[in-house]
Write a new protein. Structure first.
Lengths: 220, 222
């Protein structure tokens, strides 16, 4: 588990850098609520991973079953869901029939995420682990739905959705990688675990700057 | 001997309660929330005691898994009530949430002091004074700050509030985990390091406000 501790520390560090960047940019210039919530989400990633690192470091064992890091991870996806559902979706989706096909296509994302849970449900992991991971997957299904929807949705007004397509693509990658990480954890696939967590670390670093680049066009 | 937790509670709550009749306005409101924080701590100490007994007094397990959840929920309830029923102004919410967290930390420090009185030193007091009070204050203040943002839209209410609570629980659990590790000073660093940038930002904001007020009065005079 030592390599996993290191990759987790890398995720925490990279996410913390992204979080600090987000906080600094928010202080320098007033940012939209959507941006602030995504920054909070990245900050939560940093803290939840830090908790896992601290726990593994102090007890020299991996959390088995439920732990507060799970709640932190749920918070990460819940912040993304809240930002998308509460702020961006109101602007991007005018609830017209014209956009119905995009809403239906976007359902592919939660279905894919749910399919990633099947191997976990069929594994020999204990019930507590399955329930904890299941709770994360449920929130992740909701957040990925909006990420995919905003990725494919044609722009209704002012090019707001178009500007943040890069960010939405990154978030979808993050969700898929996260789902793969949980599978690797349950089946003790070490190499897959290290590769996936390394990619998550890079993704965590990129999320806020990419969103910032897109969000900076909103004011033009 | 009576339950010392209640003795400590009375010693702290009575003077604060009596001072409320003399104070006015925002100061009184702040003191009310310090008082509420103390009451929250008393309530949760009983619940945590039950959980601890249930898990055979496994302090590390309970303090890293359960107490962050129970404590953050109970501290957030008065802040939530204030945000949705009284005012969602950012500055007020920050003040009252910080006051709730600090009130909570005050009684918690005393309860831990009394429970482990033989091993208490000046360094222990400094550590708990700086770290624990800041951690409780900052976690609740983070919830208060977030609430000031999410109360802008109804759609954000449920999921936003949950996200904030979960964030506070995570930070709380890191602190609890670190202070019980071989390097407890790392646990003390976490809240202190988080507090410094907040002070700097607050100082800058106040300076900006003073400058804008001065320019406004200068314009009026002109």
């Amino acid at each position: 588990m030592n390599y996993y501790l290191i990759t987790n520390a890398a995720i925490s560090l990279f996410a913390l850098v992204g979080f600090i960047y987000g906080v600094v940019t928010s202080i320098k210039k007033k940012q939209p609520l959507y941006y602030i919530m995504i920054v909070a989400s990245v900050g939560t990633t940093a803290f939840s991973r830090l908790l896992e690192v601290v726990y593994m470091w102090t007890t020299e064992e991996y959390f088995d079953g439920f732990h507060i890091g799970i709640l932190g991870t749920i918070a990460t996806f819940l912040f993304i869901f809240t930002a998308n559902f509460g702020t961006m979706d109101t602007i991007g989706d005018d609830h017209s029939k014209r956009l119905m096909k995009y809403r239906i296509i976007a359902l592919v994302a939660p279905v894919v995420v749910a399919s990633f849970f099947v191997p976990i449900a069929l594994s020999k992991a204990n019930l507590s682990t399955k329930i904890s991971f299941g709770a994360i997957y449920i929130v992740m299904m909701a957040s990925t739905y909006f990420n995919l929807k905003h990725l494919i949705l044609p722009d209704v007004d002012y090019g707001i959705i178009k500007c943040i397509r890069g960010y939405n693509a990154l978030m979808l990658c993050y969700s898929v990688l996260f789902a793969l990480e949980r599978i690797a954890l349950v089946y003790n696939q070490d190499i897959m675990l290290y590769v996936v967590t390394s990619l998550i670390a890079v993704d965590s670093l990129l999320i806020v700057p990419v969103l910032r680049k897109g969000a900076s066009k909103w004011t033009i | 001997m009576d339950n010392l937790t209640y003795v400590l509670f009375i010693c702290m709550a009575v003077p604060i309660g009596l001072s409320l009749f003399l104070l006015e306005g925002k100061v009184r409101q702040t003191m009310v929330f310090v008082f509420i924080g103390i009451c929250c701590c008393l309530f949760i100490s009983e619940i945590n005691g039950v959980i601890l007994n249930h898990f055979d007094n496994n302090v590390f397990y309970v303090t890293t898994i359960f107490t962050p959840i129970t404590e953050e929920i109970i501290k957030a309830i008065p802040v939530l009530f204030y945000a949705y029923a009284i005012s969602s102004k950012r500055r007020r919410l920050l003040t009252i949430s910080l006051a709730t967290g600090l009130g909570f930390a005050l009684l918690e420090n005393l309860i831990i002091l009394v429970g482990d009185i033989d091993s208490v030193t000046i360094w222990w007091a400094l550590g708990r004074g700086f770290a624990s009070s800041l951690m409780h204050g900052l976690c609740t203040a983070a919830v208060g700050f977030g609430l000031s943002l999410i109360t802008q839209r109804k759609k954000l209410f449920i999921s936003g509030t949950f996200s904030l609570l979960l964030l506070a629980m995570t930070v709380h659990a890191i602190f609890n985990c670190l202070v019980q590790s071989e390097y407890p000073f790392l646990g003390l660093l976490l809240p202190v390091l988080s507090y410094i940038p907040i002070i700097v930002i607050q100082y800058r904001n106040r300076k900006k406000e003073k400058l804008s007020q001065a320019s406004k009065t200068a314009e009026k005079e002109a």
